[in-house]
Design a binder for this molecule. Structure first.
Ligand SMILES: *[C@@H]1O[C@H](CO)[C@@H](O)[C@H](O)[C@H]1NC(C)=O
Ligand SMILES: *[C@@H]1O[C@H](CO)[C@@H](O)[C@H](O)[C@H]1NC(C)=O
Ligand SMILES: *[C@@H]1O[C@H](CO)[C@@H](O)[C@H](O)[C@H]1NC(C)=O
Length: 486
């Protein structure tokens, strides 16, 4: 069983006692100091000659104490590793990244879930591999909250493999890069001997929002980049299929703070460093300052600091509202437009879901992507969530995603052909809907839903709500009851 008791203090005391029990055997005691950040931790550094290794090669590994959200994953029932592996950036530039692997002791050894977080930031301290280490500074509240979703997969009995899909430079929003990192993290998980997976294990790739960029691109690149991986299914929600559309949709709104870290991400060394010249030429001092902020902060701070500002304004760049028409900018955005090339169409069953009222990622662009995939004969199940906003649909879509993953592993999706479309009109989350094991997870998630408000209404009224969602309050029965009434 995993520990999901709400209070940090009791969880902390519990882990201390767990550590006391296992430290002699495992030598964990030296980890009782806060972990180093990715910028200083030598574990993250590429060794000499790494570029000659095949993509997906394990370079080094360590065991660690996984934690997050003030909760500690029970180290006695879950094996926990981090693995540095070789992968590729844009233009196949050799890079390395880290994948965090959590494996329940009784997990089947012929399958695993590859889970991509909505890291949504371009500072290395926001990476999941850092955030999930015991005593790490909880820098990325979305990644912290994701631990509940990860717990849902662990409690379902799956090994979960969580890539730092933005790569070594935290290149947020660069799908063509993240897709490769996801695929190579799957290879590294398969190759990692200590885990003992059977050859050719089945994989389910799942991700929402920023995680859907990574997994959506993994689905698109897999047939050509990693055809040998035994993919059972993909599932992506809140899908940023068209970054140009997303830019136009969020700029100047509550959520315009997603844009500066994306600009930082695109200029990363492993992405499109040639953009730096352009940025240096056109960014005003205020623009440079916004990018500097985004390169050192995580998503919630980015959103709070940039709300209602407009990147496409003369205040931030001399291009003003012509920014999307600059050929270099348009070029890299097109290079990362999902569905732009017929040879990059997913060939494995894929669930795509999106809230029709999504206030951050335009629904229309995802619907267009689905049409494109469908016209090319892909096996797509597209579900429209009529009741949620972008954030609430993370939670509302979870039961469907868990079922999709289970169906994929059970071989039930193999005969899926062509397109299916359906919709969910309401978002009732019953805490026991997924069985007693998952009840504590669903209660935590329902609490988060209550904080976000119906269709993200609380967040839209007061952005600071975001800052509260990752601190899961003690079990709130009233919130659950009101949720079930809808
Ligand atoms: C992407 O978004 C842009 C800007 O809204 C739009 O002009 C274009 O048609 C979209 N393309 C696709 C394939 O969705
Ligand atoms: C993409 O989304 C943008 C922003 O909402 C919208 O203006 C555009 O029409 C959409 N294009 C397509 C092809 O879906
Ligand atoms: C978020 O909450 C934490 C803890 O309550 C506080 O220290 C921090 O300043 C808050 N951040 C923002 C941006 O409101």
């Amino acid at each position: 069983m995993l520990l999901l008791k709400g209070s940090f203090v009791s969880a902390f005391l519990l882990v201390i006692s767990l550590i006391a029990n296992v430290e002699a055997a495992n030598g964990f005691s030296k980890r009782l100091v806060p972990p180093q950040t990715p910028a200083t931790d030598p574990f993250y550094q590429a060794p000499a000659g790494y570029e000659f290794l095949a993509p997906g090669t394990v370079i080094r590994s360590r065991s660690f104490i996984p934690a997050g959200l003030g909760l500690i994953v029970d180290i006695l029932s879950v094996r926990s590793y981090q693995v540095l592996f070789r992968t590729n950036g844009i233009n196949n530039k050799p890079i390395v990244s880290v994948v965090t692997i959590l494996s329940p002791l009784l997990a089947p050894n012929d399958r695993f879930v590859s889970f991509a977080n909505e890291e949504d930031s371009s500072a290395s301290i926001c990476a999941p591999s850092y955030n999930y280490q015991f005593l790490a500074f909880p820098s990325n509240l979305l990644v912290q909250a994701d631990l509940l979703v990860v717990q849902a997969y662990l409690l379902s009995g799956y090994t979960v493999s969580i890539p730092d899909h933005e790569g070594p430079d935290s290149a947020f929003a660069v799908g063509r890069l993240a897709g490769r990192v996801v695929l190579d993290s799957m290879r590294a998980t398969q190759n990692f001997k200590d885990l003992g997976l059977k050859p050719n294990s089945m994989v389910a790739g799942v991700g929402y929002s920023g995680g859907a960029i990574a997994v959506g691109w993994a689905a698109q690149l897999q047939p050509t980049y990693a055809p040998e991986i035994n993919i059972a299914s993909f599932a992506i929600g809140g899908v940023p299929a068209n970054l140009t559309g997303t830019f136009a949709f969020v700029d100047g709104t509550t959520f315009s703070g997603f844009l500066p870290p994306a600009i930082v991400g695109f200029q990363a060394e492993s992405a499109y460093p040639e953009l730096r010249q352009l940025v240096n030429r056109v960014a005003t001092p205020a623009g440079q300052q916004a990018l500097q902020f985004a390169s050192t902060h995580c998503v919630v701070d980015d959103i709070l600091s940039f709300a209602f500002q407009k990147v496409a304004d003369k205040k931030f760049s001399s291009l003003g509202d012509r920014i999307l028409y600059d050929p270099q900018v348009a070029g890299v955005l097109n290079d990362n437009l999902m569905g732009s090339n017929a040879f990059e169409t997913p060939t494995k069953p894929i669930l795509i879901y999106h809230a029709s009222q999504d206030e951050i990622i335009p629904y229309a662009n995802t619907s267009t992507l689905v049409d494109t995939y469908c016209n090319r004969g892909a096996a797509v199940h597209f579900t429209t969530y009529q009741a949620g906003g972008h954030l609430t649909t993370i939670v509302d879509g979870l039961p469907q995603t868990l079922q999709w993953v289970a169906d994929g592993f059970a071989g039930k999706l193999k005969n899926n052909k062509g397109c299916q479309r359906d919709e969910k009109l309401d978002s009732p989350l019953d805490p026991v809907a997924l069985g007693v094991e998952l009840e504590p997870v669903l209660i935590g998630l329902i609490n988060i839903l209550a904080k976000l408000g119906e269709g993200d209404s609380n967040v839209q009224q007061n952005l600071h709500t975001l800052n509260q969602t990752a601190t899961v309050p003690p079990l709130n029965k009233a919130a659950i009851a009101s949720r079930q009434l809808h």
